[in-house]
Design a protein around this ligand. Structure first.
Ligand code: IVH
Length: 680
């Protein structure tokens, strides 16, 4: 036992260090596989020793779906914002105000990047992360500690023996690097989900997610830029941040101390262009008086400090000619107008296309072909047309650009619902929709057919090999690579081995997907509004596709998590005979259209109608297993205790706040063994 305890402590230290090497220093010293091995060993030992649970263990970075509602907490020190400046004159005025305020004393300005994410306040006690709070209204914010723990570049435990104070606060910006943002949006597009407009929205939506596993998957990053506390090692901002860096925090290398106004301007103009090479979004520069004594003597206004200011980069704007507006049909049938312009250099990239979003945006811009239009690239990475360049307006404008009335792909008249901005093609046999459904079907969270990608799907579709998802299961090697024929029409031996192997691999991937469980098959069908979670709930409750098809609206509404929108969508999907035929064909092809025997045998209605909170550390099963058990027996796992909670399934170490709340509301506490007996 002692040796296992020691091993746990050692592994935690090692993994914290490897995390730091990888995510803060960008300089890993071991490979991914070795890292995973250490992590698995630690996970294994922690499972054997639940009494050694530590919220700051490296194993906790994967998050859990047991998050509570966020609790609002008061900031220890208010989180002020900065006043903004937009040009050299305003920066000069700030510099003069500081100079006057300090009565001619020499001073230095710390110049930093203004990261475009959302601010976070982190609290450390004895070197351990204890709380992470969003800015909120500046006076109080949301406690998002569980989510922040999943951000790999934020240290959970600082190395022992360094000169950090017992208690301190460090503030910074949580952001989503462009690469993660693009990956996330690509995945969302594939599933027909709404895209995030920019990395800032994506970061903020992610950090406020109720499920910290989602946060862990989305690869957020964080830069720290402000150290606060009673006993800081030094009395100026820049050096304090260098200290923080030496304790393991990610502090930007782009910070500089300027001793003159000219140096400040040099910094601004350098980063105004150089920022386009950064892998994350910045929207300006922050200037801070470096000495804390001088900061105190300059003081604060109600909203912002007098010792700091933000300089916002101008959204770069160029004027170019509008040549054509085309209309793109997306995978869900939504039609988007796209402006095609003369290529022009904007913020480091050549721009020739820009989205015009929807019919309302298009008509408000009043565009005519041949107009010069103003294109902007601000915090958003996608270029945007902000209007017609009035200065270059010709007397004889070309024809006005109108939204189309029929689908450019299939000619069907387009539709628009009053309450929606989108115009869409109602023909679900329209090519992009057909392709979209197949791409969703094969995607990772659905049938996970990784041997197929969008290009291959497109090719098979164009070659007439597939038209819908059921056709995938009718593919054969002969169809995919027909053997060459001799002059008399007799097949010759296949010569392109590489191609042969590749297609064999595709077929193997398709064949393997026959084992994908029913709930994911249901998700893969792409029924509108039936996401992963709804599919799971429907599969668990109705158990077979036949039962789901026969279910009434009322029966569906009885299922936890299924509302009217989903229920109606399922009903109308099955009302289409084409869909019923599709299901039949998939069934014949051997897909899982009902829960497996294993899943069925584990089921009962013993917890039907109950809301159950899970809390603490368990000896017999993991939290995820308990969660699955609750669902299998008809119960619902909820995050926080309320008067409606049926009971708390409690392991050891149940949080004192939860215990108190349960007692106050008279909610019963059920231990692990008692729970297992209940569902026997
Ligand atoms: S310092 C009192 N430094 O910009 C000082 N803020 O309106 C407060 N931000 O809410 C902040 N990069 O979210 C500071 N290097 C940086 C920053 C930065 C981005 C954000 C922060 C703040 C907002 C200011």
């Amino acid at each position: 036992m002692t040796s296992e305890l020691e091993e746990i402590i050692q592994l935690r230290e090692q993994l914290h260090q490897h995390n730091y090497n990888y995510y803060v220093l960008n300089a890993p010293v071991i490979g991914d596989q070795q890292f995973d091995e250490l992590m698995h060993r630690l996970q294994h030992l922690e499972e054997l020793h639940p009494e050694l649970y530590d919220a700051n263990s490296p194993t906790q970075r994967v998050g859990s779906d047991l998050n509570n509602e966020f609790v609002s907490v008061a900031h220890k020190r208010p989180m002020l914002s900065l006043s903004n400046t937009y040009n050299q004159q305003e920066v000069h005025e700030f510099y003069e105000r500081v100079k006057d305020g300090l009565h001619g004393e020499p001073f230095q300005i710390c110049c930093e990047l203004k990261f475009d994410g959302l601010s976070i306040s982190l609290h450390y006690e004895k070197g351990r992360l204890v709380r992470a709070v969003t800015r909120g209204d500046g006076v109080k914010g949301d406690d998002v500690t569980d989510n922040v723990r999943t951000i790999r570049s934020i240290p959970l435990v600082l190395p022992a023996g360094l000169d950090y104070p017992d208690e301190f606060e460090i503030r910074g910006e949580v952001l989503m690097p462009f690469s993660s943002f693009e990956q996330l949006n690509a995945e969302r597009a594939q599933h027909g989900e709404q895209l995030f407009a920019n990395p800032r929205n994506a970061a903020s939506g992610t950090l406020k997610s109720k499920d910290s596993r989602v946060v862990a998957e989305r690869k957020l990053d964080a830069f720290l830029y402000y150290l606060l506390g009673e006993n800081l090692p030094v009395q100026n901002h820049y050096e304090n941040l260098q200290k923080a860096k030496s304790w393991g925090f990610k502090v930007s290398d782009a910070m500089t101390l300027a001793s003159s106004e000219q140096e400040v301007f040099d910094y601004i103009s350098y980063w105004d262009t150089k920022r386009h090479e950064l892998p994350f979004a910045t929207d300006g520069i922050v200037l801070k008086v470096n000495s804390q004594a001088q900061q105190r003597s300059l003081g604060l206004t109600a909203k912002s400090p007098r010792w700091a200011i933000a300089y916002k980069f101008q959204a770069e704007q160029v004027s170019t000619m509008l040549r054509e507006v085309t209309f793109q049909v997306g995978r869900t049938g939504v039609v988007t107008p796209v402006a095609n312009m003369d290529p022009v250099l904007l913020a480091g990239t050549i721009v020739k296309r820009a989205t015009l979003h929807n019919a309302d945006v298009l008509s408000s811009l009043d565009l005519h072909l041949g107009d010069y239009v103003l294109v902007e690239k601000g915090g958003e990475i996608i270029p945007k047309i902000v209007g017609v360049d009035e200065e270059r307006l010709s007397e004889h404008r070309g024809p006005k650009v109108e939204f189309i009335t029929c689908c450019p792909e299939c000619g069907t008249p387009l539709m628009r619902n009053d309450e929606e901005a989108a115009t869409y093609c109602p023909n679900d046999e329209c090519r992009p929709q057909l392709l979209g459904r197949i791409e969703h079907f094969i995607s990772r969270k659905a049938m996970n057919i990784t041997s197929l990608g969008p290009e291959t799907v497109d090719k098979y579709f164009t070659d007439g090999l597939i038209h819908d998802v059921a056709d995938l299961y009718d593919l054969t090697l002969d169809k995919l690579c027909p053997p060459p024929l001799d002059l008399f029409g007799n097949p010759l031996p296949f010569s392109d081995k590489q191609e042969h192997l590749q297609q064999k691999n595709v077929l193997a991937g398709i064949a393997e997907s026959r084992n994908v469980p029913f709930e994911r098959v249901l998700f893969a069908l792409g029924i509108r509004f039936v996401g992963e979670i709804a599919a799971k709930a429907l599969a668990r409750n109705f158990r077979t596709i036949q039962a789901l098809q026969n279910a009434t609206l009322e029966q569906m509404l009885e299922v936890n998590g299924i509302g009217l929108v989903i229920a109606q969508s399922v009903k109308s999907w099955f009302a289409d005979p084409g869909n019923v035929r599709l299901v039949e064909r998939l069934k014949v092809s051997g897909l899982q259209m009902e829960l497996s025997h294993e899943e069925l045998s584990q089921q009962s209605d013993k917890l039907t109608g109950m809301s159950i909170v899970i809390s603490g550390v368990f000896a017999h099963h993991s939290r995820d297993e308990y969660k699955a058990m609750i669902e299998q027996h008809g119960g619902k796992n909820v995050g926080s205790i309320s008067a409606k909670t049926s009971f708390v399934l409690a392991g050891s170490n149940m949080g004192p706040a939860k215990l108190e709340k349960a007692n106050k509301l008279g909610v019963r506490i059920v231990g692990e063994d008692e729970f297992l007996a209940m569902i026997l």
